[in-house]
Design a protein. Sequence first.
Length: 294
Amino acid sequence: MILRSFLFVPGDSERKMAKAAATKADALILDLEDSVSQENIETAREMTAEYLTKTRHDRGRQQVWVRINPLDTPLSLPDLAAVVRGAPDGIIQPKTYSAADSIKLANYLSALEAREGLEIGSTRILAVATETAESLFTLNSFIGATDRLFGMTWGAEDLAAALGATTNRKPDGTYEGPYLLARTLCLAAAKAADAQPIDSVYTNFRDAEGLEAEALQARRTGFTGKVAIHPDQVDVINRAFTPSEEEVAFARRVIEAFEKAGGAGTVGLDGKMLDMPHLKQARHVLAMVEAAQG
């Protein structure tokens, strides 16, 4: 399954949960970390667990994930203990240092799934893999680390704080070098780990044009989805990560050409020579369309 859009929702706001549920986001992220104050964390856990339980048998249209606090804080285990009983589709794991953090999380999840009578391995992990300086040197550790790894995303905002930067973007709005590096490494590591690469947030939620341009560029380079911080961003992201009619038509022609070629490794189409990478790309386009329709 390909998830195009993940929408962050504070775990302590019933109003925002209801508004988020009405969007076409492929997945909601009920947040127990940065958008929740320490004073309100217990309330957020209770509200998140209640929402998970309420939607447990109605996840066909919209998955529900939870972002917990980092494993190196005393908040993460209480987060997990509170929400796993609601059978979240997955856990967003922030501020990782290496895949060792995700392996540890996988072990915690197995114990909690057993406690709750859930299928072992049913709770997936999406690692926010570049929010610490150390993480940029350990991204390859995710290859083969855990079968729970659904995807990897990167965090430009926390990485900027970790590096002591005043900004992560140039005056023209594009990313500075360290953040382009983090984005590229995350994409490559996710692909190598057979996980979905999910692009980071676009913080200016009023700039739909800028969001669309960044999302389209992300899909061109290989990302399969993007994280939203505001409901208004969801439709823009879904459109950007759904292939156009022209792309679909061409992909079908490529596949048809290879089928007619009877197992040949190369075919000619529109005056161009195509080989196996083009066939893989065509199949990926159709897979993204099927995911969007599903």
